[in-house]
Design a binder for this molecule. Sequence first.
Ligand code: ADP
Ligand code: 5GP
Length: 196
Amino acid sequence: MRGKTFIISGPSGVGKSTVLQALMQRRDLYFSVSATTRTPRPGEVDGVHYHFVDTAAFQEMIDADALLEYAQYVGNYYGTPKRYVDEAMDAGRDVILDIEVQGAHQVCGKRPETVRIFIAPPSWAELERRLASRGTDSPEKIAQRLQRAREEVACAADYDYFVINDCVETAAAELDAIICAEHCRPADRMALLQND
Ligand code: ADP
Ligand code: 5GP
């Protein structure tokens, strides 16, 4: 059976990468590596965390219709290469897109069956603490990301699920349960029965 796509959105610094790492200990998932014009943070590896490209290369991907979606976020472009997502789904693997709200909106316009999960912090103060503790952004960038966070949380009502990342393991368990439940939809399960 073809894999499903799950979008994970949430403010920068809320802990998406951390929770996804914990989730991937629990189940096999294909994590879609985005292209971005942002500069790598210390420890980020090209091709693993992102494909780090310049603006010209990003524009070429747009022109070639190679991106499933793309958006601008705090001064940089981010986009999802389409080909690998489709290859993973065709191979029966579930795909995770860690993308912001504008990109999520584009994907769902093209592929309404995509499941959208929003990850929120337990409080604004905790989000600010996490952004600062990551130590990768200037105070100015942190202020921009916090401003953007409030706009993003306002879009969360459009999502299918809302997970609060207070404890990493609890949030990962909730994501795991959501994915499990989505595979129990009648359309999927009944198809299995007919093929039996
Ligand atoms: P994102 O991918 O959403 O930008 P990260 O996964 O990089 O966020 O996490 C941002 C910071 O918050 C990191 O320093 C991470 O260790 C910390 N963090 C993530 N989840 C939690 C949590 N549940 N409790 C405390 N700190 C957390
Ligand atoms: P960061 O710079 O903190 O890694 O990511 C900033 C924001 O960009 C996060 O909200 C993240 O989910 C989002 N993002 C990462 N990759 C993509 C992508 O391919 N497309 C879109 N639309 N957003 C992305």
